[in-house]
Design a protein around this ligand. Structure first.
Ligand code: NAP
Length: 301
């Protein structure tokens, strides 16, 4: 049985991968930021040298797009240089590196889902720093994978869908951007879809890892509210209004307008078909309701 290390196991995706894979009998070691702080000289070597592993999945990253825009040095250090150190370490010891990346490596000037052969053109520091990480991993050796995800949601950390439901529980008006398109990615589905790459799928390269379909943030949020209403949550509003991205003054970094990703390569390599994003969001919302995460007064507890 291959042993897998997950870096960034305290995060939204990393925590889900560790838990889901362990439940399926995988031998997984999770390293959160306390166990491995990236950007500290020599840390990657010294921590990883103490662990036997065959596959390493790097979910750690500086993920706040606007923070990255104002802290470029830190962004390139964590998302680029640290990814390089990790990939070279994996290559040296004959292990596979699976590096998690993003749809934000694209500029968004398209109207059909990006494929793995499309040329990345980052338009933000976050996107450029993640692209630097991708290039480092791909050039470290032929057995490594870059798995791009987008609009990630799941039970381990609050994300857009949870925020929309929380707001609808306490506010009578909820708006979301209706002129930006992508594909949501459910962390629990990612665990199933990525698992074949721990052993079975040979080779390496780029992979688009998401649910299927395309939506705006407004449609994504509206569907979350439809599911919350169906589950009986006492919403103060059941409608998400649409606003243009240009009206969001808090956005510092430029964001791609259209960054949906096609998953045909993933399906053909794994023979697993990702489910439509609406089914995944519904599963998540119903699961959160069942777990008692939301109540009428204060949203996520
Ligand atoms: N979230 C999305 O919508 C989205 C979209 C596209 C791509 N992605 C990519 O998906 C991957 C996973 O993201 P996520 O959604 O799970 O985000 P997340 O919840 O922010 O997880 C990232 C993890 O990285 C850790 N980290 C940050 N800086 C670190 C450092 N210097 N040393 C060690 N660990 C550090 C964070 O630690 P703390 O827990 O201490 O913060 C966090 O646990 C990332 O590569 C991200 O770029 C995410």
């Amino acid at each position: 049985m291959a042993k897998t290390v997950v870096i960034g196991s305290g995060g939204r995706l990393g925590a889900a991968l560790v838990r889901a894979w362990r439940a399926l009998g995988e031998d997984v070691v999770g390293l959160d930021r306390a166990a491995l702080s990236l950007g500290t000289d020599g840390k990657v070597e010294s921590v990883l040298n103490e662990i036997q592993f065959d596959v390493l999945v790097n979910c750690a990253a500086l993920t706040n797009v606007d923070y990255c825009e104002t802290h470029p040095e830190e962004a390139f250090k964590i998302n680029g240089e640290a990814a390089n150190d990790i990939a070279l370490h994996c290559e040296d010891r004959g292990a596979r590196c699976i590096h998690i990346s993003t749809d934000y490596v694209f500029d968004g000037n398209t109207s059909k889902p990006y494929t793995e052969t499309d040329t990345p053109v980052p338009i933000s520091v976050y996107g450029a720093s993640k692209r630097m990480g991708e290039e480092a991993v791909l050039s470290a050796g032929a057995r490594h994978w870059v798995a791009r995800v987008s609009w990630v949601f799941g039970p381990d950390r609050v994300s857009f869908v949870d925020q929309v439901v929380s707001r609808a529980l306490s506010e009578s008006r909820v708006d979301a951007v209706d002129d930006k398109w992508a594909t949501p990615t459910y962390t629990l589905d990612s665990a199933t879809l990525l698992r074949p790459f721990l052993r079975r799928v040979e080779g390496g390269g780029i992979l688009h890892l998401a649910n299927t379909g395309v939506c705006t943030w407004q449609e994504y949020g509206q569907w979350a509210l439809d599911c919350a209403k169906e589950a009986g949550l006492p919403l103060k509003t059941s409608t998400v209004g649409g606003v243009p991205m240009s009206s969001i003054k808090a956005f510092i970094a430029k964001r791609p307008i259209y960054s949906a990703m096609g998953t045909e390569k993933l399906a053909s390599l794994t023979r697993l078909q990702p489910r439509p994003w609406k089914e995944a969001v519904r599963a998540h919302v119903l699961d959160q309701v069942q777990r008692g995460v939301w109540n009428a007064s204060n949203g996520p507890s």
